[in-house]
Write a protein that binds this ligand. Structure first.
Ligand SMILES: [Ca+2]
Ligand SMILES: [Ca+2]
Length: 71
């Protein structure tokens, strides 16, 4: 994650915020699911969530997002 350029970080941040439907700066598991379910089956979304949401709480933190998609 330390090897990302400033531009990559900005792109990642923009991607992250696209999941944040209620604009509170955090992406809940529900928000993430609502986006992903448009592209993946329910089972695939669930599998993806177990990978991304490493600590198993009810939101995808910025760190979790970066680690999974840009790590
Ligand atoms: Ca949110
Ligand atoms: Ca989490």
């Amino acid at each position: 994650m330390g090897s990302l350029t400033q531009q990559q970080l900005e792109n990642a941040r923009a991607d992250f915020l696209e999941y944040d439907a209620n604009d509170n700066g955090r992406v809940s598991v529900e928000e993430f699911t609502l986006v992903m379910i448009q592209y993946l089956s329910a089972g695939s979304v669930e599998s993806l969530l177990t990978l991304v949401n490493r600590d198993g709480d009810d939101e995808i933190s910025w760190e979790e997002f970066l680690a999974e998609f840009y790590g």
